[in-house]
Design a protein around this ligand. Structure first.
Ligand code: SF4
Length: 442
């Protein structure tokens, strides 16, 4: 399999080494051989996509890598990126029975999953046979994890699927936003190429609502799946915010990952505003890029932070500082306009020559609402049946950020899979590819 990227090598994200490198063959077999292959394994129940974890690990231990990758990908076509970006500490690995014994560490499920899928996809062999053409057409709006999963499962059932992506690059958050020590954009492209190899057409640089209308999509397809991500970084809305030195976190991370020649420059003191995982990621990345002083400013207490505790602890070990109960009041600038500090409501201020805003992103409900019959709630989320993703228009389905308001890659992948099954049923197709659906879903 070839990657479609040929991206510039002059990208800042490439200076970050892989935090959990690909296992060598002997390492993988040794780790797989520690698994107890539990009956009713808690690691399976902890996986939103229901991957048969002991099943794929046993196949690694017995040298059946192709079978292992099939087991993973039949449950989650995005099993490659999920292996690298999932918070396994609070999902499968966190539930491994070894945690209760305190004698040996839990099985490194994510690393084993990466080993199986990366090795097999890198070999280029086809893993799944596509069903004969079903004579049905489906459009997916966006080319992030939810759409890629939905498109892949539908393509395997013989559906002609086209993804419409407004950016020049497919992959969504996996390409533009994942912390680079977890995965570079090239990893996202490997996965996009795998989905494309299943028979999916991806049209990048095409914006629905601008280059192609929702009405046209509905007219030309039997169903539409809306899998768009979140929008622009939310502003603070405070005095002094507009101007150089104040940037949105996801916009900054995207430039750092993808823009050739992008550099941190002379930044000595960075303040990241927010308490979620994006804030923690941005802070860790700035610190690793050599910014001497990096502070996370969070408006409540540490215990109330929505970001993962293990990620915060790692950030603190790496030298990031945390300012609790730091409620922003204004951005102070020098007479020249140069950024000086983030002022707080308690009268203190945090000196800064870069302020990164990680307080949320705009919802993209307006696009979904432009499809006839689709209803969006007051928080910008699309109203839909959570088990199937079907909206108020029986031809329109939704999954991922547009449905859940922004959760994990694996959640988006699961919602894309569920919607694909629901669309296939709605189109009267006989489902051939056996995909474990996770607990409690049709
Ligand atoms: Fe293996 Fe741990 Fe899962 Fe048991 S809980 S099957 S030991 S990974």
């Amino acid at each position: 399999m070839t990657t479609s990227g040929a991206r510039s090598r002059q990208r800042l994200e490439l200076t970050f080494p892989d935090a959990k490198p690909l296992y060598a063959s002997g390492e993988a077999v040794a780790e797989a051989s520690r698994c107890l292959y539990c009956h009713e394994a808690p690691c399976v129940a902890a996986c939103p996509t229901g991957i048969d974890v002991p099943g794929f690990i046993r196949k690694i231990a017995t040298g059946n890598l192709r079978g292992s990758a099939r087991t993973i990908l039949s449950a989650n076509l995005l099993g490659y990126s999920c292996a690298r970006v999932c918070p396994v500490e609070v999902l499968c690995v966190g539930k491994c029975v070894y945690n209760d014994w305190h004698r040996e560490p839990p099985i490194q499920i994510g690393r084993l999953q990466r080993y199986a899928v990366e090795t097999v996809l890198g070999g280029g062999a086809a893993l799944f046979a596509r069903a004969p053409r079903a004579g049905r057409r489906v459009a997916c709006v966006g080319a992030g994890p939810a759409s890629l999963a939905a498109a892949g499962y539908l393509a395997l059932e013989g559906v002609e699927v086209t993804l419409y992506e407004k950016r020049a690059i497919a992959g969504g958050l996996n390409a533009t936003g994942v912390a680079p020590y977890k995965m570079h954009a090239e990893g996202a492209e490997l996965e996009v190429d795998f989905i494309r190899s299943l028979g999916v057409t991806i049209r990048t640089g095409v914006e629905v609502g601008k280059d192609v209308s929702p009405a046209d999509l509905l007219r030309d397809h039997d169903a539409v799946f809306i899998g768009v991500g979140l929008g622009a970084d939310s502003p603070l809305g405070l005095p002094g915010e507009d101007g150089a030195g104040v940037v949105g976190a996801t916009a900054w991370i995207e430039r750092m990952k993808l823009e050739p020649g992008f550099a941190v420059g002379e930044v000595r003191r960075a303040v990241v505003v927010g308490g979620g995982n994006t804030a923690i990621d941005a802070a860790r990345e700035l610190k690793r890029l050599g910014v001497p002083s990096v502070t996370i400013a969070y408006r409540r207490t540490t215990a109330e932070m929505p970001g993962y505790r293990h990620e915060l602890d790692q950030a603190l070990r790496e030298g990031v500082r945390l300012a609790e109960q730091a409620v922003p009041k204004a951005i102070r600038r020098q007479a020249s306009g140069q950024l000086a500090a983030l002022q707080l409501q308690n009268g203190q201020e945090l000196a800064a020559d870069l302020v990164v805003l990680a307080i949320g992103q705009a919802r993209t409900g307006a696009l979904a609402a432009s499809f006839d019959g689709v209803v969006v709630d007051e928080r910008g989320r699309v109203a839909a049946d959570p088990a199937t993703g079907v909206t108020g228009n029986p031809k329109v389905f939704v999954g991922g950020d547009a449905l859940n308001g922004g959760e994990l890659v694996v959640t988006a992948a699961q919602e894309g899979k569920r919607a694909a099954r629901a669309i296939a049923r709605a189109l009267g197709l006989k489902i051939r590819v056996d995909a474990p659906m996770g607990a409690g879903h049709p």
